[in-house]
Design a protein around this ligand. Structure first.
Ligand SMILES: Cc1ncc(COP(=O)(O)O)c(C=O)c1O
Length: 427
């Protein structure tokens, strides 16, 4: 490990921040193994990607088979995998989402949804929500406000992006209804003082804010956005890059809500580790976007598309299990919160669970050190967990959907022990 670490430090740009120094030489299911045979359960899922676990046999088989057929098209040839992936996507997305295009990364898919919204509406403004994460390319970073640091050094970012608050009831010390009211009031003030709705092409929103702190949108908030969108001819774009593909124990977070989007962006879990993303919209909208107005050489690569077909063929059977895991995890974290004062809030949707650590429940001062302590405790016992939120104090608990109940208990037990050990250092 030391040798690779030294070579890595010497040659790889430090701006790409890796969460661990684990030297992965093999990976299967939950487990990632290093050259000495040490192993860790990856409850980070390669940052919310390997929802089926690493090297899932169906994905491996499908991609091996595709490699023997066609590896690359580059927008020159038609091929089965991309059509099959789109057909499968249409089966699992809300009925309004009817035609699709593919890209390489989440950021690229999000940017494409905004380009689609701008082009087809003829409007140029975008409303994004504070705390959102939509990527770090020069376009997508203009919509990303989960941490100011992602924008440091890159100003000015794209113009005509208007950021209004997403409801964060816990952090604001409010009830959910109060937080919704405040967010909608600020949006109304933005429309009154800053930009008229007739300039706005789309609302860009994560139905569960991910990087920003695992805040599920309150259903009433999305209902209100849907209503405003319909009233003003604004398109509602759901960024489901992180919340999609089983992460919320449904195919998409949109399945939990009455308010359905006009446009959706997908990434991460879509191909269980192969670089693929996608976006979809109603047929007439996508058909009115002329050929060549947007494009990508590698987007929808045949091997990555074959992986995504395997994901969609496999994941449906796992969703009931994911719901059971979710219920169990919420029960267990609820019980942990009764015993550990440092847990200020437990929230989320499905298997997208945020556990927020605070120094004091009354002041809700974020406690990043508590998280780091628990993370190190878990790491020393073969469990990898990561954080989210602007203060680094929220455990982002995202087990793969293939986790057994026993493995889930093992991981939550380690969090429990880590917290007990943290409390001992404090007393
Ligand atoms: C909701 C959301 N959108 C977009 C992105 C950007 O995806 P990528 O890193 O693949 O560009 C992410 C990545 O974390 C995300 O969580």
């Amino acid at each position: 490990m030391a040798d690779l670490d030294a070579r890595h430090q010497d040659i790889i740009a430090p701006v790409i921040a890796f969460s661990t120094k684990v030297h992965a030489v093999s990976a299967e299911g939950l487990w990632v193994t290093d050259p000495e045979g040490n192993r860790w359960a990856d409850f980070a899922c390669g940052t919310a990607v390997t929802n089926l676990g690493h090297n899932h046999p169906a994905v491996t088989a499908a991609t091996h088979a595709q490699i023997d057929k066609v590896i690359h098209s580059g927008m020159i040839f038609h091929y089965d995998a991309i059509v099959e992936a789109a057909e499968r996507l249409r089966e699992i997305t809300p009925p309004s989402i009817q035609k699709f295009a593919f890209a390489n990364s989440g950021a690229e898919a999000v940017e494409a949804t905004v380009k689609l919204a701008k082009y087809t509406s003829g409007r140029q403004g975008v409303i994004a929500f504070r705390g959102g994460f939509h990527g770090r390319t020069m376009g997508s970073v203009a919509y990303t406000t989960s941490k100011a640091r992602y924008r440091d050094g890159y100003h000015p970012v794209l113009g005509s992006v208007f950021v209004t608050p997403f409801p964060h009831p816990y952090r604001w010390g409010m009830s959910t209804d109060e937080a919704i009211d405040l967010s909608l009031h600020e949006l109304a003030m933005t429309f009154k003082h800053v930009v008229s709705p007739k300039n706005i092409a789309c609302f860009l929103v994560e139905p569960v804010q991910g990087e920003g702190g695992y805040y599920p949108a309150p259903p009433k908030f999305l209902d209100a956005l849907r209503e405003l969108a319909d009233e003003h001819g604004i398109l509602l774009v759901y960024d489901e890059v992180q919340s999609g593909f089983g992460r919320t124990a449904e195919w998409f977070a949109a399945d939990h809500f009455d308010a359905k989007p006009d446009i959706m962006a997908f990434g991460k879990g879509i191909a269980n580790g192969f670089p693929l993303s996608a976006y979809g919209a109603p047929r007439e909208m996508i058909d009115s976007w002329p050929a060549g107005s947007h494009g990508t050489t590698y987007g929808g690569n045949p091997v990555a598309a074959a992986a995504s077909v395997a994901v969609m063929d496999t994941m449906g059977d796992l969703l009931p299990h994911a719901r059971q895991l979710s219920r169990h995890a919420f029960d267990r974290f609820g019980e942990l919160a009764e015993r550990h004062e440092v847990i200020g809030d437990v929230r989320g949707l499905g298997l997208m669970i945020g556990v927020e650590f605070v120094e004091d429940r009354d002041t809700r001062v974020p406690d990043a050190k508590a998280f780091q302590h628990v993370q190190a405790h878990a790491f020393d016992r073969e469990l990898i967990i990561i954080e989210c939120g602007p203060d680094g104090n929220i455990l982002r608990f995202i087990p793969p959907l293939i986790t057994t109940l026993d493995e889930l208990d093992w991981a939550i037990d380690l969090v429990d022990e880590g917290l007990t050990s943290w409390e001992k250092t404090r007393s």
